[in-house]
Design a protein. Structure first.
Lengths: 213, 199
């Protein structure tokens, strides 16, 4: 199914150079819908977000097939980070503009991340953005120091814990469609915290007790 | 080996580099980074509406503790923890200070998002080779950005400092993005690292 989609995309003349800007455009549209803070907006945004996840898969498939230049890969990666920030900004703007969100989760009771608190939903959005960035820095720094011991591409349970970007966007899409932005960011920050802790623990263990082959 | 990459990941600015040259790479990076993280947290906790707020002096302490280790070869077993700690201090400082001092929330978010882009770019660019490190230096370094914000706070214009910094980084990235777009031509085919693309 995935192979077919990638082949069809290639036949349409799509390259990573074109999929990344299209994906960014979809993410911007999703953010605009999310900022509306209505149920229809949330569902439309979630669908657009799901489309960016599919496009990202196609993008990776095309790149693996050898259709990408070095610069395109770099630009796609950077545009995907920008997408994430834009979508979160749209969600936060929707929550800040919309009706006061009800008490939800650990962020509700008077804490600094409470919807009415000093940081509000924008603080949760910033935290949701920063946690994966920290996780990436930890993984990259560890890999630079101990290249042989660096963990490979996560699979199965590891993917569920570390929540890579496609899974993260899918989670945002589902929670945004079913709940409100506060729910999205509550789930994202909690899961992101666990993911960073897991990555950090794994890297610390590997550098303190290296497995010698 | 590979300590050089970690030193790029640190994203030190001119001041931290100068302190590192003074210390001649003799100081290990981890203790200073842990100390700076703890002291920054303590200064935020001690912030009870005093004027000037104690947290505004955290960047000075951080650069004095972390900067001298910038020339260290980073070859210790746990030295890879220094760049993530520096990142955590920078992100934490800029967000908590901004939200605590009522800087417009979208502005704080925008600055943090641009920083995340900058840091992602740092890692990606370094993996792809040493080209165009100039742009990374134009990012002012972690201590440069924290000090600019702190100076803005001391002079009573914190929102302006956030806006100026975000605008500067935004123009830096926008300009680079457009330039890369214009230059984008046929290049070498690459083996794509899926782990890196998806994280």
């Amino acid at each position: 199914m995935e192979q077919q989609t990638v082949r069809r995309a290639a036949r349409w003349g799509l390259t990573p150079g074109t999929t990344a800007p299209i994906s960014l455009g979809l993410a911007v549209l999703a953010a605009v819908w999310f900022s509306d803070a209505a149920r229809t907006g949330a569902v439309a945004g979630a669908l657009l977000l799901a489309a960016t996840v599919v496009l990202a898969r196609v993008d990776v498939g095309l790149a693996r097939a050898g259709a990408a230049t070095r610069r395109q890969v770099w630009r796609s990666a950077l545009l995907r980070r920008a997408e994430e920030a834009i979508v979160y900004a749209g969600l936060a703007a929707g929550a800040a503009a919309g009706p006061a969100a009800g008490g939800a989760g650990p962020f509700a009771p008077g804490g600094p991340f409470a919807p009415g608190g000093p940081a509000g939903v924008w603080g949760m959005a910033a935290l949701a953005l920063v946690l994966p960035a920290l996780g990436r820095t930890i993984a990259a720094s560890f890999a630079a120091r101990h290249p042989a011991a660096a963990p490979g591409r996560p699979a199965g349970f590891g993917r569920i814990i570390t929540l890579p970007r496609p899974e993260r966007f899918a989670l945002v899409s589902v929670t945004a469609a079913l709940g409100d932005p506060v729910l999205v960011f509550t789930v994202l920050t909690a899961w992101g915290g666990v993911a960073v802790a897991a990555v950090l623990a794994g890297c610390l263990l590997r550098s303190l007790w290296p497995v010698t082959p | 080996m590979n300590g050089g990459i970690l030193r790029v990941y640190r994203d030190d600015g001119p001041l931290a580099r100068a302190l590192g040259v003074l210390a001649r790479g003799g100081l290990p990076p981890v203790p200073g980074a842990v100390g700076a993280a703890v002291l920054t947290t303590v200064l935020f906790a001690a912030d009870e509406g005093g004027n000037p707020a104690p947290a505004l002096f955290a960047p000075v302490i951080a650069v004095l503790l972390i900067g001298p280790a910038s020339a260290h070869p980073h070859t210790g077993r746990l030295d890879w923890t220094a760049p993530p700690m520096i990142r955590a201090i920078e992100y934490g400082y800029l967000t908590v200070l901004g939200f605590a001092h009522a800087v417009a929330a979208p502005l704080v978010f925008a600055l943090v998002a641009l920083l995340a882009l900058h840091h992602h770019d740092t890692v990606h660019r370094t993996r792809r080779g040493p080209r165009r490190q100039r742009l990374l230096r134009a990012g002012l370094g972690w201590e440069g950005r924290m000090l600019i914000v702190a100076c803005g706070g001391l002079s009573g214009s914190l929102p302006f400092a956030y806006a100026a910094l975000a605008a500067y980084l935004g123009v830096l990235f926008g300009g680079e993005g457009v330039a890369a777009w214009a230059r984008a031509g046929p290049g070498g085919r690459v083996q794509v690292d899926l782990k890196e693309e998806e994280a």
